[in-house]
Ligand binder design. Structure first.
Ligand code: VGL
Ligand code: ZN
Length: 211
């Protein structure tokens, strides 16, 4: 497959390339750091770049440590539904919340922070996990005339997946750059996410398809 870039209407979206999702981090994604050079290379081909940053206050509702007797990767029922509980990660202002230092995206035009409300998690770059609270990204992209998104980053089966699916719901063309992402893969979550994305009309490509 060969995909030619429209420099006006295409955007690269780099999801949560932060130390806590890289090896050695608090919620490490296997080989998470390997997305960095791939995303850097894509940013040389796609002029418009948006980054997301998972950005939780201490004591966040998605942290297992916020509940008595709960361990990471168990679930809890919140007002908006079932929430997976995570190790404390991407706490505002900590090194774990910082972008990987080798990420070289001087052309990033927008950084969307998400998950900053104490009681709501946000996997998606578009809406929080209650599915109603918007981040503002869809409006931003529309005002900028962006119509197609190249999704990259961490993790394929959580924040990248929900962002890709919600991007489709908001009417964007969405292409997942598979080798520019890495997965957590919790109980088959990667396979489930790939099927759901394909059902939602997300196209899958590899970084060297992008010209
Ligand atoms: C993520 C779990 C919790 C992600 C963020 O970036 O995929 N996953 N917070
Ligand atoms: Zn998080």
């Amino acid at each position: 497959m060969s995909i030619s870039i429209n420099p006006e209407t295409d955007a690269l979206v780099a999801v949560d390339v932060q130390y806590d999702f890289c090896p050695g981090g608090n919620l490490a994604v296997p080989d998470g750091h390997q997305v960095v050079p791939v995303i850097n290379a894509l940013a040389k081909k796609i002029p418009h770049v948006v980054m997301t940053q998972d950005w939780h206050p201490a004591g966040h509702a998605s942290f297992a440590s916020s509940y008595d007797g709960k361990a990471p990767f168990e679930t809890v029922d919140l007002d908006y539904g079932v929430q997976v509980l995570w190790p404390d990660h991407c706490v505002q202002g900590t090194n774990g919340a910082a972008f990987h230092a080798d990420l070289d995206l001087p052309n990033a035009e927008m950084i969307v922070r998400k998950g900053f409300r104490p009681g709501i998690d946000s996997y998606s770059a578009f809406y929080e996990n209650d599915k109603t609270t918007h981040t503002g990204l869809a409006g931003y992209l529309r005002e900028r005339g962006i119509t197609r998104l190249f999704m990259t980053g961490l993790a394929t089966d959580f924040c990248v997946y929900y962002s890709a699916e919600d991007g489709r719901k908001e009417g964007f063309d969405v292409i997942l750059v598979e080798d520019a992402c890495r997965a957590i893969d919790l109980d088959g979550s990667l396979e489930a996410a790939m099927s759901a994305m394909q059902a939602a009309g997300v196209k899958i490509c590899h970084w060297d398809d992008v010209g």
